[in-house]
Design a protein. Structure first.
Length: 559
């Protein structure tokens, strides 16, 4: 009994000593600002995850959490219109935090709230946040954007779709994967963007002046798919998401893991998708399955709050079945297909097999970005990127040729960007940049079919300048860019004997936009945007010639 009492006294003494030694009079305070405008954000909910204790920021965007003990904490910052931020803190003394939140525009079904940017306030943008992306993990990029104002989809199969913005799509609508213009075989209506939306934290539709900053055949609108920074988070965090879709018996698995130190952070994201034949109430649609295997890696490194370097790599791999009954070989079958109540080649039983006609597509991206801050609003940014795109299209062919691709294309693309941001007299914010892109596109021999798209090399170089100024009532934005493109094309003649005909093209494009925003009151504003956009014809618009197996159609370019 004596020994037990003695040990109990020692334990209680040590516990009391530990509590006495722990400092619980510390304060966590700070301020939350809008990342775009720099204005304070009020009514931001700040919660300590371990204690479920929280406060709201005041009109100045400030908050205070007193009487905290030393230790490791996770703070959650949430606000309407922002993706929540998880912030890790090792509390050893009174701490003052400065938090910035991306208060971009959000879209809720048919109700659109348009945010504004400090750089180019009159631009129109709509964003889809990480929560909506996760809630629609079974959807491709085009389906995710369908509910945005002015956006529709061009569909050509169960897993094949591309977005349309105010009538523009394909070569007229750049899609940027983590800031890099997606370069691939986007000339066909049956070609989907080779991007996994689950690797992103935000998908933004941008219209207006700031669209001139981004490379590509930009006609005033673009789609930006981007992950957020990993940030400081020394604990291993991750998520696993699984979705099942009954039609097609589809499984969607996504896994994300990340960890961040003060100067180095990493994130890895992987996705697997598998679907079989889609079903109507009475029968299965033969050969409408899809399969995807995607992976993305993100690395971030910083030095002395001046130099930031990040690396991003992704691989997208898809196999897409095309409804067997949608392919016809003659006019008689076409007339019959249009009048039939039930399509050709339906099946009574479910199948996961993907046979011809089908597509096999993979796209790989590597990007390295370095950003150096001379001071708070003065920085320079360098981007180097490379892409590899492979596209194979299989058709139902005689003589055992269905397993040989009727179209087999490979494309290498290289991009460099240099951007300089500063402020000049009278608070004009200025961004100047140079962009260069080199594309080598060629056919892989052995298809047994004359190529629909010729071999070509294209080099593009351009400069852009953006100016913006904010005043109490009037905001002004001006933007312009110039692009020069050089093309060398080798076309196979359709005459006998077959000859190689070589073309050389040089194009000059100029784009300019001007925007004004006048604040009538706190809830009313008047916005004016006007501009000029130019682009040169794409290779397929000039030189495509022959049967496009993917859509069973004859395509002819106009030189």
């Amino acid at each position: 009994m004596y020994n037990k009492s003695y040990y109990l006294i020692v334990i209680l003494y040590l516990a009391a000593y530990s509590l006495e030694a722990q400092d619980c009079g510390l304060t966590i305070s700070g301020r939350v600002l809008d990342e775009n405008s720099g204005d304070p954000l009020s009514f931001v909910h700040v919660v300590i995850q371990e204690e479920e204790e929280g406060v709201f920021t005041d009109d100045a965007g400030e908050f205070s959490l007193p009487s905290q003990c030393t230790g490791h904490y996770h703070l959650i910052f949430s606000h309407i219109g922002c993706d929540p931020i998880l912030f890790h803190l090792d509390l050893e003394s009174d701490t003052l935090l400065n938090i910035v939140m991306d208060h971009s525009s959000i879209s809720l079904e048919s109700v659109v709230i348009e945010g504004q940017s400090a750089d180019y306030a009159s631009q129109s943008s709509q964003s889809i946040g990480v929560q909506e992306i996760e809630d629609n993990s079974h959807s491709n990029l085009s389906r995710l954007l369908e509910n945005q104002a002015g956006v529709a989809s061009l569909k050509n199969g169960s897993g094949i779709a591309k977005p349309i913005v105010h009538g523009l799509f394909g070569n007229r609508l750049p899609i940027l994967n983590n800031g890099i213009a997606q370069s691939g075989q986007q000339w066909g209506n049956d070609h989907s963007p080779e991007i996994d939306p689950l690797s992103a934290d935000k998908i933004t539709l941008i219209k207006g002046t700031s669209a001139l900053e981004y490379f590509g055949n930009n006609m005033g609108s673009l789609i930006l798919v981007e992950p957020k920074k990993v940030g400081f988070e020394p604990h291993l965090h991750g998520r696993v998401g699984y979705a099942y879709e009954s039609n097609g018996r589809g499984s969607n698995l996504n896994v994300r893991m990340q960890k961040g130190y003060e100067q180095f952070s990493w994130r890895i994201n992987g996705t697997l998708k598998s679907y079989g034949d889609r079903q109507t109430p009475d029968y299965f649609l033969n050969n409408t399955g899809t399969k995807e295997k995607n992976l993305a890696l993100q690395l971030e490194k910083s030095w002395n709050d001046k130099l930031f370097v990040d690396f991003y790599g992704s691989t997208f791999n898809a196999e897409l079945g095309i409804l067997r009954g949608s392919h016809i070989g003659n006019l008689t079958d076409l007339e019959s297909a249009l009048s039939r109540e039930v399509p050709f080649f339906t099946e009574p039983e479910f199948s996961q097999a993907i046979e011809a006609p089908r597509q096999a597509v993979d796209h790989h991206l590597l990007k390295l970005k370095a950003k150096y801050f001379f001071e708070e609003h003065k920085n320079i940014e360098l981007v180097l990127a490379g892409q590899l795109n492979n596209r194979q299209e299989y058709d139902v062919r005689r003589g055992g040729l269905s397993e040989r691709p009727a179209l087999n294309l490979r494309q290498y693309s290289y991009t460099t960007e240099l951007k300089y941001t500063t402020s000049i007299a009278s608070k004009w914010r200025t961004k100047l940049g140079n962009q260069n892109n080199f594309v080598n596109n060629f056919n892989i021999a052995g298809t047994g079919v004359l190529p629909l798209i010729p071999d070509y090399f294209a080099a593009r170089s351009g400069w852009f300048l953006l100016l913006s100024k904010e005043a109490d009532k009037l905001n002004t934005q001006v933007g312009a860019n110039y692009q020069y493109e050089h093309q060398r094309v080798a076309v196979l003649s359709r005459t006998q004997p077959v000859e190689v005909i070589r073309y050389t093209n040089n194009f000059h494009n100029a784009n300019a936009m001007f925007g004004l925003e006048y604040k009538l009151s706190d809830i009313q504003r008047l916005v004016l945007n006007t501009g000029l956009a130019m682009r040169n014809p794409a290779i397929n618009e000039l030189y495509s010639n022959g049967l496009h197996q993917g859509v069973s159609g004859i395509e002819e370019g106009d030189i």
